[in-house]
Design a protein around this ligand. Structure first.
Ligand code: TRP
Length: 335
């Protein structure tokens, strides 16, 4: 049986937080352990350049994200785990695909359109602050995906348009030059929780409301204590449906633990007590990976070695595909 190839990338601009863990990292690692699946997972550092011009931040984030995935049990022998910029074939393919991409298609891409709308709202010139990197972001993403003939690409809702674009580009290429690329399928898993952050809005770096994944115990406790609650006193029954404390609890608990906390809410558990128990629940799941994370962060050379080996594996797939593409378009060796 041929394995299903699943590919996804993570932009290296931030520090992984509980929302990333529950929504993306945990399910991806679980699926990478499935024997019927071949996982490609990469650090999208070329994408990071689009929104971040702080070299130290990109470097640090790359290290943190790699250490996070490894600490949480990603097996680099079973998964193709690499850094995008270590696979130069991706950038080469990106240019060839750029020549197959209608500008009008890029004009309609959300990230670019949002930037233009923002400029209009602020009375700026439409092009203000917009780089060609932002404009052609979806082409690079198409190269990431098409380079490896991915069957499925799990992404957040906000990325589905980029997958449509990748399919469009692949179709146009195949139509022009013959069948080279497989059309990737988008997978949006709405069953995984979108975790709320400290202020009750979706947990996101842009809202500055995150709980970083590998805080030390003291800091983790402190962050959990900052989760916004209502003013109900101990003894007063509390609603689970609008509570971030309960929502995060649910993301870490099994069914019996969830039932237990639901009863505690009905019985009027004090917020302080609920938060204390939430800390213990999260800490129990994360304390071992946190130790592995800290040792990896202290040994960047070890991470580097894993990423380089991953890039070598990725390039074994990328080289022949790029050769096929070049031949199809008529560049390269003369015959
Ligand atoms: N753009 C994606 C994001 O911001 C990250 C990404 C880059 C990606 N290349 C990809 C995701 C290829 C899936 C496939 O989340």
């Amino acid at each position: 049986m041929t394995k299903e190839r699943i590919l996804t990338g993570i932009t290296t601009t931030g520090t992984p937080h509980l929302g990333n863990y529950v929504g993306a990292i945990r399910p991806a690692i679980a699926s990478s352990k499935n024997d019927n699946v071949e996982s490609f997972l990469f650090l999208a550092d070329l994408h990071a350049l689009i929104k971040c011009q702080q070299p130290e931040q990109i470097n640090q984030s790359t290290k943190e994200i790699a250490a996070t995935w490894l600490a949480l049990g990603l097996d680099p022998d079973k998964t193709v785990f690499y850094r995008q910029s270590d696979v130069p074939e991706i950038s080469e393919l990106c240019w060839i695909l750029t020549c197959m991409t209608a500008k009008g298609l890029m004009n309609r891409a959300h990230a670019y359109k949002d930037a233009v709308d923002n400029n209009a709202n602020n009375g700026e010139d439409a092009d203000f602050g917009i780089t060609m990197g932002l404009f052609s972001y979806p082409v690079l993403m198409a190269a990431d995906i098409l380079m490896f003939n991915a069957d499925k690409v799990p992404v957040g809702r906000d990325q589905t348009q980029h997958l449509e674009i990748a399919r469009d580009i692949a179709q146009r290429f195949n139509h022009t030059y013959g069948e080279v690329f497989k059309l990737p399928e988008t997978v949006v898993d709405d069953s995984v929780a979108l975790l709320n952050g400290l202020d009750g809005r979706k947990m996101s770096k842009s809202y500055n409301n995150t709980i970083p994944l590998f805080l030390g115990q003291k800091q983790l406790k402190k962050h959990i204590n900052k989760i916004k609650t209502n003013l109900l006193e101990p003894g007063e029954p509390k609603d689970t449906s609008d509570s971030t404390v309960f929502q995060i609890w649910e993301a870490f608990a099994d069914t019996s633990q969830t039932d237990y906390m639901r009863k505690e809410f009905a019985n009027g558990i004090a917020w302080g007590e609920a938060k204390k128990q939430l800390f213990e629940l999260i800490d129990a799941e994360l304390s071992e990976p946190r130790e592995r994370y800290n040792s990896l962060m202290d040994d960047p050379a070890a991470i580097e070695k894993i990423l380089k080996a991953g890039a070598e594996k990725a390039r074994e797939h990328a080289r022949p595909l790029l050769a096929k593409v070049k031949k199809a378009v008529g560049i390269g060796a003369l015959s």
